[in-house]
Design a protein around this ligand. Structure first.
Ligand code: SF4
Ligand code: MG
Length: 335
């Protein structure tokens, strides 16, 4: 399978009034193939959503893409004008968010919004678009679509709204779907239904999915590969099994330790001590050093590169410096 998306050394910086620069995404590289699901995990503030918004060219001032490049099937997107990118967004790349209420327009019926999306990208009549909208609502498992199409977003449940968002996102059969915490706001049974729906659609359209989540259960179930983000950088990356069961980076270890203990379900979560540093004030050395149980003298002076510990299992930690140093390139390519 070919790479659908290739992100190379992406830097998304925010230039603040006090002259500080917040490095929300700092030299991130990865690629996703057709049909593949790659999960991006990490605590909030680690740069996951900023990475997604950068790909979608939705970064607002004072933020901007300060470096690197993004390729959609070998076509560089970073030089695209706003207008040219409009054709990519929604058409070749679909996106669903955590809270569909913010992405759906409250003053239009869901039908109108799906129809508008279709008409924008495809040369079809309104009538054809309407039929297509009804068909899409059926595809995402909404019964009585002829009726639902006339509803306003607030008349639907959270799960239904998310299904509508998915219908919109897949309306043009995108090559890549970016799902940013698609089920976080939903209750557990609905979460499962939505995730299963997403992966059924993935097979149907052979889409690549970039799945942003902090739910490692979802990752274990659905992702082919995992990238763990911390402080705007990828700190561990490999196949899902390797990351979850042969964990390298102390941060990933901390995330896994913070999962509820199945043998002692009443015990409280053991969260990682401390908080994510703000992107405007990263430590000079390893960005995880202030929270790392293994911190050593040399961790303080320099931010480690990504080391390949073998078979493209990457870790940004001095503990793995016997591995092959990569050029920060998350694809595992060695410099
Ligand atoms: Fe911990 Fe040092 Fe590794 Fe950073 S480089 S994760 S501080 S051991
Ligand atoms: Mg987020």
């Amino acid at each position: 399978q070919k790479d659908v998306l290739r992100v190379e050394n992406l830097k998304t910086y925010f230039y603040m009034k006090n002259k500080k620069v917040a490095k929300a995404v700092d030299d991130v590289s990865f690629s996703i193939k057709r049909g593949e699901t790659v999960a991006l995990v990490g605590e909030s503030g680690s740069g996951k959503s900023m990475t997604a918004l950068s790909i979608m060219q939705l970064i607002k001032k004072p933020g901007k893409i300060a470096g690197g490049d993004i390729f959609l099937e070998n076509q560089s997107l970073t030089g695209f004008s706003k207008k040219k990118f409009e054709r990519i967004r929604g058409n070749e790349i679909g996106m669903i968010f955590q809270e569909p209420m913010t992405a759906l327009n409250p003053v239009f019926t869901v039908g109108n919004q799906i129809i508008e999306m279709i008409v924008k990208h495809k040369k079809v009549s309104k009538k054809e678009a309407r039929n297509k909208a009804i068909e899409l609502l059926e595809v995402v498992g909404i019964s009585r679509p002829e009726q639902i199409i006339n509803n306003y977003p607030h008349q639907l449940s959270g799960g239904m709204r998310q299904r509508v968002m998915i219908a919109m996102a897949i309306s043009c059969e995108p090559k890549l779907l970016i799902a940013d915490e698609p089920t976080t706001a939903l209750d557990v049974t609905i979460q499962l239904q939505i995730m299963n729906l997403l992966f059924k659609l993935q097979k149907k359209f052979n889409m690549a999915i970039l799945l942003i989540t902090h739910d490692l259960g979802v990752v274990a179930e659905y992702a082919d590969r995992v990238m763990v983000m911390y402080g705007g950088q990828i700190v561990e990356q490999s196949d899902t099994k390797k990351v979850l069961f042969d964990t390298k980076h102390p941060y990933t270890e901390g995330l896994l330790n913070s999962l509820p203990d199945m043998d002692h379900p009443t015990l409280r979560l053991k969260a990682i001590k401390g908080t994510t540093p703000p992107a405007s004030a990263f430590p000079t050395g390893c960005r995880f050093a202030p929270r790392c149980p293994y911190v050593m003298e040399e961790c303080i002076s320099q931010n480690p590169p990504l080391f390949d510990t073998g078979n493209h299992h990457l870790s940004r930690c001095i503990l793995h410096k016997e591995g092959v140093e990569t050029d920060n390139n998350g694809t595992g390519n060695q410099s």
